[in-house]
Design a protein around this ligand. Structure first.
Ligand code: 3UK
Length: 537
């Protein structure tokens, strides 16, 4: 048996069998990890041990913690978990809060005690929480008092979940009161590099969410590939953004990556366009992480960001339309860094920095990974030919006890479910989700390309393009459009948009149907829920 610090072997027992797992690559010298490692030691304690304890680590409204202060909080919470709540290495701890410093301290405490962090999106309701708790066999929960209601409902029907502590709670039985009774010292559990430390649930636009398993070494690998090779931050950078810490895009961009290099992060509970513009100026943020739609919404009021401290803007979660890239550059002067990542692979594996960026392309494969566009028989497609994106690297898909493992991993490759082309300069171009390709009168049409064309029209705020069943053509292209304020949802406007698309891309791609709506259905991670657009009303 390989070494493990887990006394509760639930995650190890529920790994996919070796033959169902992807191949893992550790070619880069920095990815040769020691057999035992704890990512909290690397990301947090190391800075204090190396005399950087006094540096600013996390800021939030009316709060500023140094590395030493975050370490102290995390140690106290770790002591509460072990001494008051009887945690055992390998137990699953549900974490639930808006993005705030206590959430970060709890996350590190869970790493320190060798347990498994199961963070949940703030908007989840009791029914969804119950599923997470049952699937991950959650035994403990640390939750922001303001999000207590739904968790209490779920806990009442979840016999596995025995211990809950509320934080940002001033009462005598809150987590803060318990922390005050415990030591600020804690010696981290000596976990194995391949002990699971997070269970990240997929945002799941369809079907039951899947739990992806990541090891201590995966957390470190995500910090050692895309950040140093593409983002290239410095210890003086100030990170900021909107993705929830329960989403690995947010966990990496707003917590792991800044801490991995001794930089600082700003955690905001509110991520509306005006909140973000104000916060960038107030905290002098230099790096911003958010989704394409959010950049589009901020662009309208982004004037003050031009010439500000903001230098790097990262977009992920959904394809970045070339129209949005252009709009952002016009508004701020900044060329965005696009990157495709996935919960299954922890973070970004294809991307381009601000100098290498090409409108309409996601970028090149990130060092540490290899990527390929495959044809239907699982062989590399020809240059320029549309196929399925397949990836391998130091991280990869392991679904906890889930038959759908075989859909994502084939022949050692991770299939992300995206249709891509590769050009002869090594740039990968996104077309659509594999199952979202529209087939109309024998033509393959990628919805996002039509969306990009529509987004260039000055009357369009947001849009989604889908295929709807049609007797004659199999499917026809339908656009669902949110107009900018002051424009009328009339047949004339629809005709104007149709003509506009016909003029900018191949005419057979134009939307034969146009519907105007007030807003589009999106996940908490900013993704358009196409299946809801397709559902008959
Ligand atoms: C889509 C993109 C085109 C794509 C994520 C960065 O989004 C993340 O993880 P999810 O598991 O979804 C994965 C899927 O989302 N996608 C994401 N980024 C892009 N499509 N261009 C992009 N730049 O369909 C992918 O398969 O929610 C993103 C870091 C960590 C993440 N978890």
């Amino acid at each position: 048996m390989p070494y493990s610090a887990h006394l509760d072997t639930f995650t190890r027992d529920n790994l996919p069998p070796p033959e169902a797992q992807p191949e893992f690559l550790f070619e880069l010298p920095e990815l040769k990890f020691p057999e035992r490692m704890n990512c909290a030691t690397e990301l947090l304690d190391r800075h204090v041990a190396e005399d950087r304890g006094g540096r600013v680590c996390i800021q939030a409204p009316n709060l500023r913690w140094t590395y030493a202060e975050l370490q102290e909080k995390a140690n106290r919470i770790a002591n509460v978990l072990v001494q008051d709540l009887g945690i055992v290495p390998g137990n699953r701890v549900l974490l639930r809060a808006p993005n705030n410093p206590m959430m970060a301290a709890c996350w590190f405490a869970v790493m320190k005690v060798g347990a498994v962090a199961t963070a949940t999106m703030p908007l989840l309701r009791a029914k969804e929480l119950k599923h997470v708790i049952a699937k991950a066999k959650v035994t403990h929960a640390l939750c922001d008092l303001r999000l207590a209601e739904e968790l209490k409902l779920a806990a009442a029907e979840s016999p596995d979940l025995k211990h809950i502590r509320w934080f940002n709670d001033a009462s005598a039985d809150g987590l803060e009161a318990a922390m005050a009774k415990h030591s600020a010292e804690f010696s981290n559990v000596d976990t194995a590099r391949d002990d699971t430390c997070i269970l990240a649930f997929t945002s799941g636009t369809t079907g039951q969410p899947k739990a992806t398993m990541h090891f201590h070494r995966d957390v470190m690998a995500s910090c050692l590939c895309w950040p140093p090779y593409v983002l290239r931050p410095t210890p003086d950078d100030i990170f900021m953004g909107t993705p929830p810490l329960a989403f690995t895009f947010g966990l990496g961009g707003l917590l792991l990556f800044p801490l991995s290099i001794g930089a600082s992060t700003v955690l905001l509970e509110q991520g509306g366009p005006q909140d973000l513009v104000d916060a960038v100026l107030k905290y002098k943020a230099t790096i911003l992480f958010t989704a394409p739609t959010s950049y589009r919404a901020i662009a309208a009021i982004a004037g003050p960001l031009r010439g500000s401290t903001l230098k790097k803007c990262v977009s992920a979660g959904e394809a970045l339309p070339a129209a949005t890239r252009a709009l952002w550059k016009e508004a701020t002067g900044i060329e965005m860094i696009d990157g495709i990542g996935a919960t299954e692979l922890m973070h970004i594996f294809i991307s381009a920095d601000e100098k290498e960026a090409r409108p309409g392309a996601t970028g090149k494969v990130v060092p540490g990974y290899i990527a390929c566009v495959m044809d239907d028989s699982g062989r590399p497609a020809k240059t320029g030919e549309i196929g399925k994106l397949a990836v391998k690297g130091p991280t990869g898909c392991r679904y906890l006890a889930d038959e759908r493992q075989a859909n994502y991993v084939k022949d050692g490759w991770n299939y992300t479910g995206d249709a891509y082309t590769l050009d002869d300069e090594g740039y990968f171009h996104y077309h659509s989700r594999t199952d979202d390709m529209i087939i109309s009168a024998g033509y393959n049409i990628a919805g996002p390309e039509v969306e990009d064309a529509l987004l260039r029209h000055p009357k369009v705020a947001e849009c989604g393009v889908i295929g709807v069943p049609d007797q004659e053509r199999g499917q026809v292209v339908k656009a669902i459009v949110v107009l900018r304020p002051g424009n009328d949802p009339t047949p004339e406007t629809a005709k104007e948009l149709q003509d506009y698309v016909k003029q900018s891309i191949a005419p057979y791609k134009y939307p034969r149907q146009v519907e105007f709506v007030a807003s589009l259905p999106r996940t908490e991670t900013g993704k358009l829920q196409r299946f809801r657009l397709r559902a008959p009303k």
